[in-house]
Design a binder for this molecule. Structure first.
Ligand code: KG4
Ligand code: ZN
Length: 348
């Protein structure tokens, strides 16, 4: 089974070809046209600018994804078994470019179409290149991106139960806002992470104390807006803050990672899971990957940790291909005329 997948939910125009061979998902091409350079000047994503870029990029990116997988537009209808596209959540005008393109191609090529929830895509990034029948459930996934922070319990590959989420900012959003406060670049995750690493290399303890968000609460929810405010007040009271940017970045990253890891381990223990998986753009964070791995090994040594390949952490279409293949195999398709972009859809 082979599909073409399209992702345009935010500021990356992405297309990929993926196959399901012997119960394993293989990615044959994975193309991304990033708009980061364009939005950097504004310090964040400007929806209308993003939509216009998607319109420019979508057809060239699809053509490249097909050709890198050894296909072409003239052979696609015979070589592919279906199409997958991100239906939401995301920016409405960005989503529309992907969904309308996918609908048109499904009609022109007479192929089945499957809509993919963006978070289901992030989660499925963990299932690429791995025998699907060896994934053990219950599986707990921590999904951390610019728009979402959630703990999701899964008893099957396409079965999602959200057991905790952020009550305010998402983890990636917190990184982005903290980076703005510290005058580090956009997107904030990679720039905070690089600055924090500079401080860590000096091997001296940080004297900056930031609060541990929500750790005293017994539920599985997260909150990051208080941490961002604490950072704001800390730098306001520090005349010397601009010479200690790397130390602030380090303290902030530590606080976010600690909150994410502690709640994930708590939920994993409470729910006796067999697998923990990390997903979303913040899954690119080295500290998070490492501390989650170390803590899990210590507290639940028999639990397997799935970490997505770095190329499949921030937005991409390979992950949409992965989720799309699973949905297509389960016959979860939609008539093109019935597919509508959904900026706020729930994961079900
Ligand atoms: O999944 P994603 O590409 O888009 C959404 O679905 O939102 O995630 C983007 C987010 C941004 O907030 C970005 O700052 C964060 O992921 N991010 C990181 C890192 N790389 C990207 N956060 C922390 N550390 C990183 N290395
Ligand atoms: Zn995403």
């Amino acid at each position: 089974m082979k599909i073409l997948a399209i992702e345009t939910s935010c500021d990356e125009t992405a297309a990929a070809v993926g196959s399901l061979i012997d119960n394993q998902i293989i990615i044959e091409s994975n193309l991304i046209a990033s708009q980061i350079d364009i939005h950097q000047a504004f310090g964040g994503v400007v929806p209308e600018v993003a939509a216009r870029e998607h319109v420019k990029q979508i057809i060239p990116i699809i053509n490249q994804a097909l050709s890198q997988a050894g296909l072409s537009r003239s052979t696609a209808s015979k070589s592919l078994n279906g199409l997958a596209v991100t239906q939401g959540p995301g920016l409405m005008t960005s989503l529309l470019v992907g969904t309308e393109t996918a609908k048109s191609l499904a009609l022109a090529w007479n192929l089945p179409l499957t809509p993919v929830h963006h978070i289901a895509g992030h989660i499925a990034a963990n299932f690429i290149n791995r025998p699907l029948d060896q994934i053990k459930f219950p599986l707990l996934t921590l999904t951390v991106s610019g728009g979402h922070t959630a703990l999701i319990l899964m008893n099957d590959l396409l079965d999602y139960d959200i057991i905790g989420q952020t009550v305010d900012d998402a983890a990636g959003e917190a990184f982005d806002k903290a980076a703005t406060l510290l005058k580090l670049g956009y997107p904030g995750g990679p720039s905070i992470s690089a600055a924090a690493l500079e401080f860590a290399k000096q091997s001296r303890p940080s004297t900056i104390k930031l609060p541990q968000p929500m750790l005293r609460r017994s539920d599985y929810n997260f909150s990051f807006s208080g941490l961002k405010t604490a950072l704001l007040y800390a730098i306001k009271q520090d005349d010397n803050w601009s010479s200690r940017i790397t130390e602030y970045a380090y303290a902030f990253e530590q606080a976010v990672v600690e909150a994410l890891v502690r709640k994930t381990i708590k939920a994993a223990l409470d729910r006796s899971v067999k697998t923990v998986a990390l997903s979303g753009g913040v899954a690119a964070n080295h500290q998070l990957r490492q501390i989650l791995n170390n803590t899990l090994k210590q507290k639940m040594p028999t639990v397997e940790l799935l970490l997505p390949n770095m190329a499949y952490t921030t937005d991409n279409a390979a992950m949409i291909a992965a989720a799309g293949l699973l949905k297509l195999r389960a016959n979860q398709t939609i008539a093109p005329a019935n597919l509508a972009a959904q900026p706020n859809c729930l994961l079900v």
